[in-house]
Write a protein that binds this ligand. Sequence first.
Ligand code: AP5
Ligand code: ZN
Length: 214
Amino acid sequence: MSDDHRVLLLGPPGAGKGTQSDRLAAEYGLDVITTGDALRNNKQMDISDLGLEYDTPGEYMDRGELVPDAVVNEIVVSALADADGFVLDGYPRNLDQAEYLSEQTALDYVFLLEVPEAELIDRLTGRRVCAACGETFHVDFDPPEEPGVCDVDGGELVQREDDTEETVRERLRVYEDETAPVVDHYRERDVLVEVSGEGTPDDVFDRLVSQIES
Ligand code: AP5
Ligand code: ZN
């Protein structure tokens, strides 16, 4: 298939952005650009020279707060330089990031995954991630064959530090304050396509594909 789709997936924490990004990337031969994973791989990076509130990305992340734009923009610009087609997951998360992105690239599709808040909390608090390969599971909605063990490589499944109920609520609050205006920004420009994120991952994927193919 075409390798030049430029897709942005928006949605609150737990809406299924990571799940669907991987599927879209496989279907269309795209790169996944995810600031969340990039930051998790660099949680202890020393950013003290930027003179910000905290000295590492992890200190922001474990509180459910946004990592400062200077750090995040840098990640995105270098990933974009290496990608033809891409799925962008987790960026932009505030209006300044959206502005910066518009200076770097155009977008072909902007999707918003919509899921009710109670379900978001269930999805996030039940999420488990393989410490070895990063594969995502859910204790109820997508359980591994053996509890606590990755189906792919037998790695240990762990809970993300920001997936406790308290931090999930803070992340949802930050989403409303900082990222909902980004959604409005694309809606006002008539490029936002709202897609239900409810049902199974297959259901959601079919909705996204039918939008791309239509
Ligand atoms: P990030 O990693 O981007 O987290 P998030 O946006 O909060 O999104 P999640 O990864 O939690 O959810 P998701 O929508 O990908 O859902 P998933 O598919 O995994 O960011 C983490 C932190 O990094 C931020 O808080 C911030 O500190 C920092 N950061 C990142 N980007 C930044 C930026 N641009 N600027 C500043 N700071 C930034 O699914 C969730 C669960 O549900 C899984 O268990 C899955 O199995 C299950 N599931 C998925 N789909 C379904 C379905 N259809 N039905 C049932 N269960 C499902
Ligand atoms: Zn694994």
